[in-house]
Design a protein around this ligand. Sequence first.
Ligand SMILES: [Mn+2]
Length: 258
Amino acid sequence: MTAPGQKPLIGLVPAYGRDGRYTVQRDYLTAVEDAGGVPVIWGYGPPSGASPPVVEAAKAEAETMLARIDGLMLTGGDDIDPWYFGEAPHPALGEVTPERDAFEVAAVHLAVARGMPLLGICRGAQVINVALGGDLYQDLTAQYGRLLIQHQQRAPRDHPAHAVRLVAGSRLQAIVGRSALRVNSFHHQAVRRVAPGWVASAHSEDGVVEAIERVEGGFGIGVQWHAEALAAAGDVPSQKLFRAFVESARAYRSSGPK
Ligand SMILES: [Mn+2]
């Protein structure tokens, strides 16, 4: 049993609502706690907008956060401003939170540079991909061009609605110890071009990228499904993913750069 003071700190950024409230799903905290980590919800306050001065302000604030945490978890939420991958907004683009985009993109850059463990969930996987030079389908239905399965499930949140096949030899496959999983699905966007230095490590049967991972360097995985809801509901592969992430954060804490 690790002494409480030695547990790795897992930083996450809450969603920011236009009503002035920060929100985060309890399941993210539960999944981290059950895996042996301490979730730290980090407030952020760069001004609105995605233009370069805002990104600079976000960088300084993200640096402050990363100096104090051992792992970075990017959680679900709104769509990312396609400005970050050089596109105009598609008519089917959903709500965008410029402050959160700027802060999280900056935090991902810094985490990768430090070799800090990185876990992205849903929007979080997309933020990682975009921050590191990949791009997205802004709306699968409008842009995918192939037959799709339902990725915005109407089943309950912890119901594994569709299957994903894991790429053989991937880190994700090694962690969960399976060649396929059933997962939940609440996304209308998805990774299109995977960022350099990262690869796809899971696909749904329609070919949509459902997970990405860092090829070399520290722990880096992004999953398109809400693994925190599955983990909190007792799904063993999802719990293994959180445990692997928190263990990497523990190793980073004892040996990583500060
Ligand atoms: Mn899906």
